[in-house]
Design a protein around this ligand. Structure first.
Ligand code: HEM
Length: 452
C-alpha cells in the first residue's frame, strides 16, 4: 500500500487498521509510511526498552513531522535520543517533581473554582472545560502564579502535532494550511511562561542541567503543553466518560471511599489520594480501555534486529527488522491483549484492585513503560505518570462525590476516530449539572459552597 492510501486509511479506520493478527505481532503495514505495527503486549514492552536497537525519530509524531517554526529547531524530550534526551528529561523530571507536593491542593482548587462557574443548567463546551480544569491543576505546580490562556495552549499543540505528512502528494495537497493561529498561540504561551512567578527559578534549574534559556523555555512550552496538559486533558474526558458507564451502586461505592478519605484527612491531600484505591482502579482501567496516546511515538531500527515473540496462540516466532525500518508500538492493542488482560474489550473498573490488580500493572504500559517501573533519563517513560494519576483521581473523586449531572448521550467507542485520541466517539455534552451533596461539600471545602 502507498503512503497516501496508508494515511487515508489510518485517518479513517485508525486502530481498526491494525487489528492484531493472532499469528503475527510485527505486521508489515503502511499508515503514511511503510512500517511494522507492533500490537502484542510483551512485544511492545520489548521494543519500548530496547534503546540500543530502536531510537526515536526526532521531531516526528506518527506519520507527521512537527513544523520547525513551531519548535524553533528544539526537539521535544519525548522524541529526542542520547545525550540531548538525558539533558531535557533530567530538567523536566526535576521541574515536575518540585511541584508534586502542591498537586492535591491545586487540583481541589481547580475543580471547585471551575465548577462554581459552570452553573446548574447545560454546560457548554464541556470537554474544553475539563481541559481547563486539568490545566489549572497542573500548571500552577510548575510555574507558580501565571495567566495561561488554555485556548492558546490547545491551538499551539494542535499546530505542532498536525504537522507535515511524509507523503509528498499529501504535502502538496495540504500546503494551503496556515500555521498563523499556532504561531500566535506559541508567542502568547511563551510570554506567559516568561512572566510566570517561577520563571527565574526554572531558568536557574535549566542552567544546572546545562541548558540555555531558549532551549529550556521551548522544552517547557512543548513538553508541558503537549505531554502534560493536553495529553492529560484528553484522558480526563475518557475517565469521566468511563465513570458514566458505571451503575449508580458502583458510583456510590466510589463516592463513599473518596468521601471517607477526604473527611479523614481534611480535604484532598496526598494521604487522602492514597486511600482511594477504587478511584485509582477506575482511572487505570480507563487509561487501559481507551488510552491517549494509543500509539507510543514511532521508533526506527538503528541496526538490524531479530525480535523473538510469542503469538496469541502461544507459538514462538521471530521478526526480522531491517535497519531503517520504522516501528509503531500500539499501546491501544497492547492494552487489549487477551493474553495479559481477561475480558480485554470490556471496561472492568475493579481490574486494578488487590494483589491481582497489582500484578496487572506490570502490563499496563500507557505511560510508555510498565506502571511498576520508574521514569529515568535513560528510558522514555513518562515523568508525569504520578502527577497524571493523582490529578485524574482527585478531579474524578471531587466531581463524583459532590456533584451530579445528566449527559446528553451515553459515551461509546469504536476505536476508529483518530481525531478523538482515545476520547469516546461522541463528544461529552452535559444536559444539566448540579450540586448533589451540599452538606458534605460544606464540611470538607467550606469556602466553595456558596459559589455555585
Ligand atoms: C494521563 C496522562 C498522561 C499520559 C497517558 C502520558 C503518556 C506519556 C507517553 C506515552 C509518553 C512517551 C511519549 C513518546 O515516547 O513519544 C510520555 C512522555 C512524557 N510525558 Fe507524559 N503522559 C501523561 C501525563 C503527563 C504529565 C501530567 C506530564 C507533566 C507534568 C507529562 C510529561 C511527559 C514528558 C516530559 C514526557 C517526555 C519523556 C521523555 O522525554 O522521555 N506527561 N507521556
Amino acid at each position: 500500500m502507498g503512503n497516501v492510501l496508508g494515511t487515508v486509511q489510518y485517518l479513517t479506520s485508525f486502530y481498526r487498521m491494525f487489528a492484531p493478527n493472532p499469528d503475527e505481532d510485527f505486521a508489515e503495514c503502511n499508515n503514511g509510511v511503510p512500517c511494522r505495527a507492533v500490537t502484542g503486549n510483551k512485544a511492545v514492552q520489548s521494543i519500548m526498552y530496547d534503546f540500543d536497537r530502536f531510537q526515536k525519530e526526532e521531531f516526528t509524531f506518527s506519520g507527521l513531522i512537527a513544523p520547525e517554526e513551531l519548535t524553533d529547531g528544539v526537539c521535544l524530550s519525548a522524541l529526542s535520543n542520547g545525550k540531548a534526551h538525558e539533558k531535557y528529561k533530567g530538567f523536566l523530571m526535576d521541574v515536575i517533581s518540585k511541584g508534586y507536593g502542591e498537586l492535591p491542593s491545586c487540583t481541589a482548587r481547580s475543580v471547585l473554582s471551575n465548577v462554581s462557574q459552570w452553573g446548574k443548567g447545560p454546560v457548554d463546551d464541556f470537554e474544553f472545560k475539563l481541559l481547563v480544569v486539568m490545566c489549572e491543576a497542573i500548571l500552577p505546580t510548575i510555574y507558580g502564579q501565571s495567566a495561561f490562556d488554555v485556548k492558546d495552549i490547545e491551538t499551539y499543540v494542535d499546530g505542532i502535532t498536525s504537522g507535515q505528512p511524509r507523503s509528498r502528494i499529501l504535502q502538496v495537497l495540504l500546503s494551503w494550511r496556515s500555521l498563523d493561529a499556532a504561531h500566535r498561540a506559541k508567542a502568547s504561551v511563551v510570554e506567559k511562561i516568561q512572566t510566570s512567578e517561577r520563571y527565574q527559578q526554572l531558568m536557574d534549574l535549566a542552567k544546572s542541567h546545562g541548558m540555555g534559556e531558549h532551549e529550556a523555555t521551548m522544552q517547557l512550552l512543548i513538553s508541558i503543553s503537549l505531554n502534560g496538559v493536553c495529553g492529560s486533558g484528553a484522558n480526563l474526558v475518557t475517565v469521566f466518560a468511563c465513570l458514566n458507564t458505571l451503575s449508580e451502586e458502583d458510583r456510590e461505592e466510589l463516592r463513599e471511599e473518596a468521601l471517607a478519605a477526604m473527611r479523614k484527612h481534611g480535604g484532598l491531600t496526598r494521604e487522602a489520594l492514597q486511600e482511594m484505591p477504587k478511584v485509582e482502579s477506575l482511572v487505570l482501567e480507563a487509561l487501559r480501555f481507551s488510552p491517549s496516546p494509543g500509539t507510543s511515538s514511532n521508533v526506527i531500527a538503528v541496526r538490524p534486529a531479530t525480535c523473538p515473540y510469542t503469538t496469541q496462540k502461544g507459538e514462538q516466532k521471530e521478526a526480522e527488522i531491517k535497519e531503517g525500518e520504522v516501528v509503531f508500538m500500539f499501546s491501544y492493542w497492547a492494552l487489549r491483549d487477551p493474553t495479559v488482560f481477561d475480558k480485554a474489550d470490556e471496561f472492568v473498573w475493579r481490574r486494578f484492585l488487590g494483589p491481582e490488580g497489582k500484578a496487572r500493572r506490570e502490563n499496563h504500559i500507557i505511560f510508555n513503560g510498565r506502571l511498576v517501573d520508574s521514569p529515568s533519563v535513560n528510558n522514555h517513560m513518562c515523568p508525569g505518570k504520578d502527577v497524571a494519576i493523582s490529578a485524574l483521581k482527585g478531579i474524578i473523586a471531587i466531581l463524583n462525590t459532590f456533584y451530579g449531572w445528566e449527559l446528553e448521550e451515553a459515551p461509546y467507542w469504536t476505536g476508529t476516530k483518530a481525531a478523538r485520541i482515545g476520547k469516546p466517539d461522541n463528544e461529552m455534552k452535559i444536559k444539566s449539572f448540579w450540586l448533589q451533596r451540599p452538606e458534605d461539600l460544606k464540611e470538607i471545602f467550606p469556602s466553595y459552597l456558596d459559589d455555585m
